[in-house]
Design a binder for this molecule. Structure first.
Ligand code: HEM
Ligand code: HEM
Length: 348
């Protein structure tokens, strides 16, 4: 019997220690979280003015992986939004046409469909508007809509795929339809994560550290900017609203949304970054200057909240951010249509 008592005392002591060292997790954590965040839907989300069909998805996937959409024949969407590495290129800022280094870090294409608008400054209203950008950007694909269409029309398999995806159209191979097909494919790039499991009612989906981190993320005020389905991507805020980060992290020449709206209030305003899969998408910020997620969180503490977060707090918040790493859908690498004599040659 003394042994049994000893064990009971030890167990009680152990429980007490755990209760003392761990930060409290509110009993109504799920309800609190559901007031701020939304779990991913279990089916492909609908998009405005572009009904998603299997035919559009097949075509959009081919276009996403086809480097011949770029003038040089070198860069596909997947070059900079590599679906095997978190939907981005893991570079400070992207490398594009003629080895040029672009001005901003590439955000992930995963779950981008849930952002209120696309790009760090929100200048494209949706994914179909967005898809027309990189093709023409001189530092990305450096192509023209006319040349893209000539390239696609030169390959009979593409003409067939466009005709199947846009059956009602007299001339299905257009730049608008190119963008719509890519949008349809991107809408399938949804990555359910442990956080969704938790929101949907599974207490065991997140560890207690992750739950403590979620609690802190809400209590400290991170979730006043990073909320909704994408835990961000939902609104615009000045980067450095309380304290301007160093010019290295926030270079002066990138004026953010000011370039879109021309309003002085929008100087250095950026879209709150969507944080799903953030553990996979270093380096961080539009400048891509920060490689360590802990450091990125600490910078947010000082720049956006005016608070020097303690190391344990940063660790717990990072644990929560890890619960946003989701399951990337299986994407079989597509076989692309063969070129013909009429396919425009690559240009440098
Ligand atoms: C932004 C898709 C090609 C680099 C984006 C976004 C999407 C996307 C959805 C916005 C994500 C967000 O705001 O969260 C595509 C598609 C492409 C393509 C469908 C092919 C048609 C490329 C290429 C590069 C690139 C080839 C690199 C050379 C970037 C960069 C941004 C971006 C740097 C951020 C630009 C800014 O905010 O100003 N892309 N992308 N993309 N992409 Fe791409
Ligand atoms: C970016 C986390 C608070 C607005 C980021 C990034 C992380 C992060 C990790 C970089 C994501 C990436 O590059 O992909 C946090 C955490 C917070 C917090 C943990 C609380 C401690 C806030 C608040 C605001 C805010 C309160 C709004 C006032 C932004 C904006 C960006 C951003 C605008 C983009 C910055 C850029 O231009 O690069 N956040 N955030 N964040 N966050 Fe926060």
């Amino acid at each position: 019997r003394p042994i049994k008592i000893l064990f009971t005392t030890m167990a009680a002591a152990l429980l007490a220690t755990t209760a003392f060292t761990a930060d409290p997790i509110p009993a109504d954590l799920r309800a609190m979280a559901l007031a701020t965040f939304k779990a991913l839907p279990s089916t492909t989300p609908a998009v405005v003015n572009n009904p998603i069909t299997p035919e559009k998805i097949v075509l959009g996937k081919a276009l996403f992986f086809d480097p011949r959409v770029s003038a040089s024949g070198v860069f596909s969407c997947n070059s900079c939004h590599n679906l095997a590495t978190g939907g981005d290129d893991n570079l400070e800022t992207s490398i594009g046409h003629g080895w040029q280094k672009g001005p901003r870090n590439a955000p992930t294409a995963l779950n981008a469909v849930f952002n209120i608008a696309q790009f760090w400054d929100g200048r494209a209203e949706d994914l179909k508007a967005q898809a027309k950008g990189p093709v023409q950007a001189s530092v990305e694909m450096a192509n023209t809509p006319g040349q893209v269409i000539a390239t696609l029309k030169s390959m009979p398999q593409y003409v067939e795929w466009f005709s199947a995806a846009f059956a009602g159209d007299a001339d299905p191979v257009t730049f608008d339809n190119f963008a719509k097909a890519i949008e349809a494919f991107e809408a399938t790039l949804v990555t359910p994560a442990p956080f969704d499991g938790f929101l949907n009612g599974d207490d065991a989906a997140m560890t207690s550290e992750q739950k403590q981190g979620l609690t802190l993320f809400m209590e400290k005020g991170c979730s006043s900017c990073h909320a909704g389905t994408n835990v961000g991507g939902n609104g615009y805020y000045r980067f450095g609203i309380v304290e301007k980060p160093s010019v290295d992290v926030l270079p002066e020449k990138d004026e953010g949304r000011f370039a879109v709206t021309n309003t002085s209030d929008d100087l250095y305003v950026f879209r709150a970054a969507p944080l799903r899969n953030v553990a996979l998408t270093a380096p961080y910020f539009h400048s891509g200057k920060v490689w360590d997620l802990k450091q990125a969180v600490a910078i947010m503490g000082t720049s956006q909240l005016g608070e020097a977060l303690k190391e344990e707090e940063v660790d717990l918040i990072v644990a929560f951010l890890n619960s946003l790493t989701g399951k990337v859908p299986e994407v079989a690498y597509p076989l692309l249509p063969a070129e013909t004599g009429g396919t425009p040659r690559p240009v440098w």
